[in-house]
Design a protein around this ligand. Structure first.
Ligand SMILES: *Cc1c(COP(=O)(O)O)cnc(C)c1O
Length: 379
């Protein structure tokens, strides 16, 4: 597809099916698990068996690869399955550097599963390239980046960390779930792998689980990922692929609108005397605002966190006073969500106990701000 086309155009054109038989404009859902074989042993359509490949999955993978400006996409049944697939490309004895504030389940996966298989990992402050450089060992083969991070919205300099990884002969992978390729394209900044929980903004409606990896041209890595996808079998169903592909068509519109609202809400909350702190990379006071501005294009995303109240109880009481923010985990849907993060992460979490994480949805921003105004008045 032409390099000249803009994101919105690519999102639409890359999700149209090429269904010559029916001419259907919306993709059909191909539930068939198996596909016709010719008498010479070949497969005319290229499809053999649905765990290996499926028309709906192929459409999704191609589209995400195009939007990330990458070479190949690999879809999985959840974000975590896609992360596990990257780790499974490594050898026992390899060392991974994870962010010290990584998405919580990633650290648990490393601790509870991968260590048993002989993979080493250590945590580093990804906002500080020096700390990442110091964490490199002779057997480091992967540096995992998540920016902005969850739930404190820290920023990591993708180009700087990719450079550290490459000089150590390691791969750099970026969890790009929060910014989406609408705002940030890690492969263009030097990363080798970009990863999505498509459960979030790609799906966009809180009704489908999925994950996707996109890589730069690398035959050996592609072969490994394809093998893991087929042999581990953690693949999404055709209907899940269809839902995520449908979400892609409105991804740009939603992310840009939600991002503008988040920026407005962050500024409003930052000026409110009852809010102790706002964590949002779009605030000029954010510790790495300048780097965020450089590597994120068009905005800083629709996620923010606030610290409010003296303790967990006061913060949680506030969530009950808000009428337009559903108290639930997850993010990236059309509805605004709020969540007390520490109590979901567990006792070992370093998240401040009065921190609330907000996923800004598609509601009118004036309504959202009025809601905060009335809730904070009751505090
Ligand atoms: C949700 C999320 C994941 C995990 O994705 P699932 O689809 O829930 O498996 C990983 N990273 C980030 C940043 C997420 O928000």
């Amino acid at each position: 597809m032409s390099d000249q086309l803009q994101f919105e155009t690519l999102a639409i054109r890359s999700t149209l099916p090429k269904d010559r038989q029916t001419g259907s404009v919306s993709p059909a859902i191909h539930l068939s698990t198996t596909f016709d074989r010719e008498t010479d042993g070949s497969y005319k359509s290229g499809f053999v068996y649905s765990r290996n490949d499926n028309p709906n999955r192929q459409l999704l993978e191609n589209s995400v690869a195009i939007l990330e400006n990458g070479w190949k996409g690999f879809a999985f049944s959840s974000g975590m399955a896609s992360i596990a697939a990257v780790f499974q490309c490594l050898q026992s004895g390899d060392h991974i550097i994870l962010p010290d504030d990584a998405y919580y389940s990633v650290v648990l996966l490393a601790k509870d599963v991968l260590e048993r298989w002989g993979l080493e990992f250590s945590l580093a402050n990804m906002s500080d390239p020096t700390s990442v450089r110091q964490a490199v060992r002779s057997n480091t083969t992967l540096i995992w980046v998540e920016t902005p991070s969850n739930p404190q919205l820290r920023i990591s300099d993708i180009s700087a960390i990719a450079e550290i990884a490459h000089s150590a002969g390691a791969l750099c992978a970026v969890d790009n779930t929060w910014p989406t390729p609408v705002l940030q394209k890690p492969l263009e900044l030097g990363a080798d792998i970009t990863m999505h929980s498509t459960t979030k903004y790609f799906g966009g409606h809180s009704d489908v689980l999925g994950g996707c990896l996109v890589i730069k041209e690398n035959e050996a890595l592609a072969e490994k990922l394809k093998a893991i996808q087929i042999l581990s079998g953690g693949v999404p169903s055709p209907f899940e692929c269809w839902l995520i592909t449908r979400g892609i068509k409105t991804l740009h519109l939603r992310v840009m609108h939600q991002t503008r609202s988040a920026q407005t809400l962050a500024l409003w909350l930052d000026n409110h005397p009852k809010i102790e702190a706002v964590h949002y990379p779009g605030l000029p006071t954010h510790h790495l605002h300048e780097i965020a501005k450089e590597q994120m294009k068009g905005g800083f995303g629709a996620m923010l966190s606030v610290q409010v109240g003296l303790n967990a109880k006061q913060a949680m009481t506030l969530t009950g006073q808000l009428n337009l923010f559903t108290t639930a985990t997850s993010l990236g849907g059309v509805e605004s969500l709020i969540e007390h993060r520490k109590s979901i992460e567990g006792v070992e979490s370093s998240t401040p106990e009065n921190l609330l994480r907000i996923s800004v949805g598609l509601e009118n921003i004036d309504d959202l701000i009025s809601d905060w105004e009335q809730a904070l008045r009751k505090m």
